[in-house]
Design a protein around this ligand. Structure first.
Ligand code: AMP
Length: 299
């Protein structure tokens, strides 16, 4: 039986080890494997919220042991981005992971992930040329490199990512396939607050007023989807309408609002196959991203 008042001094409190090195991670995973257990990895940058925890839950449903990594990866922040300000709270993350039922936190220091002289980068072509790619130079190289390293370090059976970062999920699926990394990649649906705002560690930067304005993202994506389903031949008109809505609502900049093939992220003129509507826009100092699926209506 769980003890709701348990604290760390309580012997009933479930221990959740914090792993700091590649060697310890490998030893832990090897030990679980020797017991015939299936291992899931959930990579994050911390400041955990319900969105991350839903991925831990997905891990528990698809494996026997779940490791969550927390690493604010410097190489995926473009120059001038919020690497320094990015929220960090390991103690709170640990408590949330324990409550969610994770089995280990992997939180390596930067020097463990990028030892002196590290000079190899993983670059995924094509998929990174659109959407966030041109706006965040170097971002996907940083993501692809760190995810490749995490997968090779832990060699989990399954790795879990959120559809919140939809382009990132497609990039990771591609690199896993291209580099023959023996892992199943699973994507989890976006978790939203009760108003529809996609949860994000960066929402902490928003003022109360900006939070209100931010809701226009999801309402506009949904309205575009309705328009596209009613009229499948004018996707760009619906897209342009949505972009204007977001600007008028008070966003400072729309980095992109696009309708793309759900798998290849190729541009689409007609709704003839599964698509995704994706947006990135800036509100004050906060850059928000969101996306929803758009499937052609059944004939
Ligand atoms: P981050 O810590 O922002 O790098 O995110 C770590 C993982 O959590 C990524 O795979 C994200 O796509 C996923 N994630 C972040 N926010 C959400 C959300 N609201 N719903 C589902 N997954 C999320």
């Amino acid at each position: 039986m769980t003890n709701p008042t348990a604290n760390e001094d309580d012997p009933l409190f479930r221990h959740l080890p914090t792993i700091r090195s590649v060697a310890e991670l490998r030893a832990q995973v090897k030990d679980w494997r020797a017991q015939g257990l299936r291992v899931a990895l959930v990579p994050t940058m911390g400041a955990l919220h319900e969105g991350h925890l839903s991925l831990v839950q997905l891990g528990l449903e698809n494996a026997d042991r779940v490791v969550t990594s927390v690493f604010v990866n410097p190489t995926q922040f473009a120059p001038g981005e919020d690497f320094e300000q990015y929220p960090r709270n390991e103690k709170k993350d640990l408590a949330l992971l324990r409550e969610a039922g994770a089995h280990a936190l992997y939180a390596p220091p930067v020097a463990e992930m990028y030892p002196d002289g590290a000079s190899t980068t993983v670059h995924v072509d094509g998929l990174t040329d659109c959407l966030c790619g041109p706006v965040r130079p170097g971002h996907f190289d940083g993501v692809a490199t760190i995810v490749t390293k995490l997968l090779l370090q832990g060699l989990p059976d399954v790795a879990i990512f959120g559809e919140k970062d939809y382009q990132q999920l497609q990039v990771i699926r591609r690199l896993v396939r291209d580099l023959d990394i023996p892992v199943d990649v699973l994507g989890g649906p976006i978790v939203r607050d009760r108003h529809g705002l996609a949860l994000s560690s960066r929402n902490a930067y928003l003022s109360a007023e900006e939070r209100e304005t931010a809701l226009v993202l999801i309402s506009t994506l949904r309205a575009i989807a309705d328009k596209c389903i009613r009229d499948r031949n004018h996707l760009d008109e619906h897209r342009a309408w949505g972009e204007a809505e977001i600007r008028m609502a008070g966003f400072d900049r729309v980095d992109y609002l696009d309708i793309r093939d759900a798998e290849t992220l190729a541009a689409m003129d007609y709704l003839d196959r599964p698509a995704r509507i994706l947006v990135a826009a800036r509100l004050g100092k906060t850059r928000l991203i969101d996306n929803i699926p758009l499937d052609p209506p059944a004939r």
